[in-house]
Design a protein around this ligand. Structure first.
Ligand code: PEP
Ligand code: MN
Length: 264
């Protein structure tokens, strides 16, 4: 179902109000790793909107490596995301971690994010396959292209064909970056599949200094969009501060990627 044999036109996911993923226009999703409080998410949403992105990201249910780290605000965070959407007109994307939270996440979000750690959670994939809600499926941190596309098949084969793929880097041997951003997977997957493919250079590198150059590269190789983490005060972020762009650098990134793909 993911392949060009099944469908000969590119999948375009229409979120309404002129926001599309996979269409002629580059899609930018930006926002904090986690929703932390009202002021933080509303302020970030305004910055994200002003820079020209169409979608606000923000986690409310967080898959943290340590159980002692901030776990997210849960439904309270989703309500704040919805408030930020009201305030700015941006669409929203947030992660769904468990089957038990499907209803609450769907109530608020425009796109369900399935994180790298859940890419092969087949029971979760089957359930989201039954929904009428776009899904962004991140590549697992050790997933091959074939495994990633087969994970998308799980969603589509249950009826939901609105799938966006997101390359977020894979784990290799280096210690200087959090992951190794696999830029070649973007055109490769586009050659194999009609689904839109976006790039996440924030998790792909783990370092804010590398986010702008890798975002430029992702747009240059033809990504349908980029997702980046932006925080008004990265040093005090409750998660992923080291890879979050300050507002000034987010604006710089937007200017630079618009110079490469002028559809935005
Ligand atoms: C995220 O987008 O905040 C996230 C947890 O990403 P990943 O699943 O790619 O690690
Ligand atoms: Mn993050």
């Amino acid at each position: 179902l993911t392949s060009w044999n099944f469908k000969q036109e590119k999948t375009v996911i229409d979120l309404g109000d002129g926001v599309k993923v996979g269409g002629d226009q580059l899609t930018v999703m930006a926002g904090p790793c986690s929703v932390e409080n009202r002021e933080q998410i509303i302020e970030t949403a305004k910055i994200v909107k002003a820079g020209g992105a169409q979608i606000l990201r923000g986690g409310a249910f967080k898959p943290r490596t340590s159980p002692y780290s901030f776990q997210g605000l849960g439904e309270e965070g989703l309500k704040l995301m919805a408030e930020a959407r009201e305030e700015t007109g941006l669409k929203i994307v947030t992660e769904l971690m468990d089957i038990e939270h499907i209803d609450v996440v769907c109530k608020y979000t425009d796109i369900i994010q399935i994180g790298a750690r859940n890419m092969q959670n087949y029971s979760l994939l089957k359930e989201i396959g039954k929904l009428d809600k776009p899904v962004m499926l991140k590549r697992g941190m050790a997933a091959t292209i074939k495994e990633w596309l087969l994970a998308a098949e799980y969603v589509m084969n249950n009826g939901n064909h609105d799938v966006i793929l997101c390359e977020r880097g894979v784990r290799t041997f280096g210690e200087e970056t959090r992951n190794t951003m696999d830029l070649s997977s973007i055109p490769l997957v586009q050659q194999l599949s009609h689904l839109p493919v976006i790039a996440d250079p924030s998790h792909g590198t783990g370092r804010w200094e590398l986010v702008i150059p890798v975002a430029r590269a992702a747009v240059a190789v033809g990504a349908d969009g980029v997702m980046v983490e932006v925080h008004p005060d990265p040093q005090n972020a409750l998660s992923d501060g080291p890879q979050s762009l300050k507002p000034k650098n987010y604006h710089l990134m937007m200017d630079e990627i618009k110079a490469i793909n002028n559809s935005l």
